[in-house]
Write a protein that binds this ligand. Structure first.
Ligand SMILES: [Zn+2]
Length: 268
């Protein structure tokens, strides 16, 4: 997909980078990236991917903006309250870059609609606030060979994991079972510093851009643990679990249709 002269100017700071050039920018233009969850993580990642010229971005969230979101969800402004996040985000992102396609998906991801929503994505960024969605998106992406970057934040900490399906450890390899509801506090209970969401979402966006341009992410098969109080960032390698029910040697689930554990609606 070739670039217009306006696009060459708009993306000149990308194009100047060693190893990127027009070819790298054209790869961005022809890529489709889905972002699950348009909160503290999805806000910065969607903004940076739009600004960088990713050709199609699907933005997925069923929620509406409330006052407590505005401390960290930088896609929205005071006037966005009570509006659909997907709709408000689309307006904001289209304003930032009218040369790309933004597809808004104002629905909860479930086992039955996830294929319709995510099929054809070259990469998925998961930044929802609940484990049901993280496990569902992991399982769908692994079963359909779509690379995935999953992130989470809490208090002053963040975590990003990169998954290259069937080659590196998946989310389920690492966390095995979904935690019991209410066993781990969420941001609404324990708080989160807004800028922490900004950094961690930007890490997801950086790895996404590197993956599209260079075909690699430093975080595939690894978890990056970030403690922003001590400013310690640690990469931990994860090995594939041969007994993983999704990506192991004898997987229990080969498609979502037979996926008993995911018979629920996911909240994003
Ligand atoms: Zn696995």
């Amino acid at each position: 997909m070739s670039l217009s002269s306006e696009e060459i100017t708009r993306y000149s700071r990308n194009i100047l980078l060693n190893g990127v050039g027009k070819k790298g920018q054209e790869k961005l233009k022809s890529s489709v990236v889905s972002i699950v969850g348009l909160g503290g993580l999805g806000s910065p990642s969607a903004l940076y991917l739009s600004a960088a010229g990713v050709g199609e971005i699907r933005i997925i969230d069923s929620d509406v903006v409330d006052l407590t979101n505005l401390q960290r969800q930088i896609l929205y402004s005071t006037n966005s309250q009570n509006s659909s996040k997907a709709r408000s985000a689309k307006l904001k992102l289209s304003e930032l870059n009218d040369k790309i396609k933004i597809t808004e998906v104002n629905t909860r991801i479930t086992k039955s609609n996830i294929h319709e929503v995510l099929q054809g994505s070259h990469l998925v960024l998961e930044g929802s606030d609940n484990f049901e969605t993280k496990f569902l998106v992991n399982d769908y992406c692994v079963l359909n060979s779509i690379p995935l970057l999953i992130a989470g934040i809490l208090r002053f900490e963040g975590q990003v994991m990169g998954i290259l399906p069937k080659r590196t450890a998946c989310y389920r390899c690492t966390f095995l079972e979904m935690p019991e509801a209410d066993s781990i506090p969420n941001c609404a209970e324990a708080g989160v510093l807004g800028s922490v969401a900004g950094i961690v979402g930007s890490i997801q966006a950086t790895e996404a851009l590197k993956y599209i341009i260079f075909g690699e992410s430093e975080l595939f098969g690894k978890i990056l643990n970030c403690d922003f109080l001590s400013m310690e960032l640690r990469k931990i390698e994860r090995k594939r679990n041969k007994k993983c029910t999704v990506c192991g040697d004898t997987p229990k689930y080969i498609d979502l249709e037979h996926h008993e554990e995911l018979d629920f609606n996911c909240k994003i």
